[in-house]
Ligand binder design. Structure first.
Ligand code: FAD
Length: 419
């Protein structure tokens, strides 16, 4: 049997169940990734759905993966355009029988899967993106609690966490085929942006860089044991793990991080900080599993959404609202592709509750700009803050001035980004 492994947000070899399964079951395995045009077009409001920082990060992750595959006799073909058409072209050349792909939980990704099946392709979908596997939840997915705490208490008590799977030693692939070139930013019609020296971290895509970051944060800098005290920080590389960009495109699996926390607890220290990183990863699981449960309803964007932006929204995007804490955070996002969790909560609340703008405009801008954009974490957090998502509450409002006084008492963060 010949297999195509179609990669989207699982750009790693370690603990990758779809690669593992394909390599065990097929005689030949070819790898494929497409910069799909739908994710590179402009949003309804005129800015790119994927801007340069994230596109560059993905390019780096693919370069790393191509090298790792080459060491194992594997080949990754990278294309740009319409995924379905590109897979059709590839099938004419390579005649594969089965496509192995991740089981996704969001609408656009599932539509791609259905379109391939409609073309007669046989798909094997494999879940890979959460610590807790949907089949091992202590309830049926339709019974997933609406409130995070109820979810957390149940899974912690009753659900197993799978062991990690080793990277394949060798890829079964016999043809002498060169890996294809990776489209440049210019090919993707994106502008090359200079690395911002004030960035929290010089993010570099790829599985190798993901493990280097984990090694630094857990073992070299030994920051995990103080995570709970530092996680609301605003400046620097080590106030939080910064693993989100790699998690978002699957350069590292959440289980791998979980088991590394356990190792750290056994070898260095176990405390509320080590637990809290796992706690935050459960939030990630919660949004992803909520998307699986709710399908299109997860997004909550109204059918008659506002098709235009406004002066207030544009000022917010540029970091020119006049509210210095919001502006500093929004400039950090635009210039570096990253913003702390504290910053995200504040700017989101400010857009919706103080400026009275539609929450989904903010979600779309985050989708465009964030290097760690993750469809479930982004839309889940935005609807949560707007008070219409899980655990709906009208009064979820951040007093931005009070937050700035508390988390940036000497205005160092504001000075850094507003100078
Ligand atoms: C409005 C808004 C939009 C957001 N959009 C995204 C997004 O597109 N992609 C994204 O990965 N995160 C998003 N988050 C969640 C959170 O802000 C980031 O995950 C976090 O800041 C990333 O930095 P870190 O890796 O250092 O996090 P750490 O504090 O080190 O946390 C470790 C990991 O836990 C997960 N995590 C932490 N907080 C959350 C949370 N609130 N929701 C879900 N997962 C969480 C992330 O995977 C993170 O990498 C958003 C939050 C808000 C308020």
């Amino acid at each position: 049997m010949k297999a195509l492994v179609w990669l989207r947000n699982e750009l790693r070899l370690k603990d990758n169940p779809l690669i593992d399964k394909a390599c065990r079951e097929a005689e030949e395995v070819l790898f494929f990734y497409c910069f799909d045009e739908q994710f590179y077009q402009n949003s309804a409001w005129g800015f790119p759905r994927t801007d340069s920082f994230r596109a560059q990060f993905i390019r780096e992750a693919l370069t790393d993966l191509q090298l790792q595959l080459k060491e194992r006799s594997g080949v990754l073909q990278v294309r740009q355009g319409n995924t379905i058409q590109e897979i059709q072209k590839l099938s004419e050349e390579y005649h594969f029988d089965t496509i192995y792909c991740a089981a996704e939980c969001t609408y656009e990704e599932q539509e791609q899967e259905k379109a391939l099946e409609d073309q007669g392709f046989r798909l094997k979908r494999i879940w890979q993106s959460t610590i807790y596997h949907p089949k091992e939840l202590p309830f049926d997915i339709v019974q997933l609690p609406k409130v995070f705490t109820a979810f957390r208490k149940k899974v912690e008590k009753y659900s197993p966490i799978r062991e990690c799977i080793a990277a394949p030693a060798k890829i079964p692939f016999k043809k002498n085929l060169e890996p294809s070139p990776i489209p440049s930013l210019a090919d993707l019609e994106l502008e090359q942006k200079a690395r911002e020296p004030r960035s929290a971290l010089a993010f570099k895509g790829g599985e190798t860089a993901a493990w280097e970051r984990l090694d630094h944060y857990f073992w070299q800098a030994d920051q995990l044991k103080t995570y709970k005290e530092t996680r609301n920080g605003l400046i620097g590389a080590d106030y939080s793990s910064k693993l989100s960009p790699w998690l978002a495109i699957g350069c590292i699996s959440p289980q791998s991080i979980y088991w590394e926390i356990k190792k750290y607890e056994a070898e260095v220290k176990k405390n509320s900080s080590t637990y809290w990183l796992y706690f935050e990863l459960m939030w990630r699981d919660f949004f992803r599993l909520s998307a699986l449960k709710l399908g299109r309803h997860f997004f909550k964007v109204p059918r008659n959404y506002n098709p235009s932006t406004s002066k207030k929204f544009e000022a917010w995007c540029r970091g020119e609202t006049g509210q210095d804490f919001v502006d500093a955070n929004m400039r950090e996002l635009r210039l570096s592709g990253f913003m702390s969790n504290r910053g995200r909560q504040n700017v989101a609340s400010y857009l919706v509750k103080d400026l009275g703008q539609d929450w989904y405009l903010g979600a779309a801008w985050f989708e465009s700009q964030l290097i760690d954009y993750d469809v479930c974490s982004n839309y889940g957090n935005w609807t949560y803050i707007a008070g219409i998502g899980n655990d709906p509450r009208e009064n979820r409002w951040f007093n931005v001035k009070g937050q700035a006084d508390r988390y940036d008492p000497n205005a160092e963060y504001r000075q850094l980004w507003l100078e």
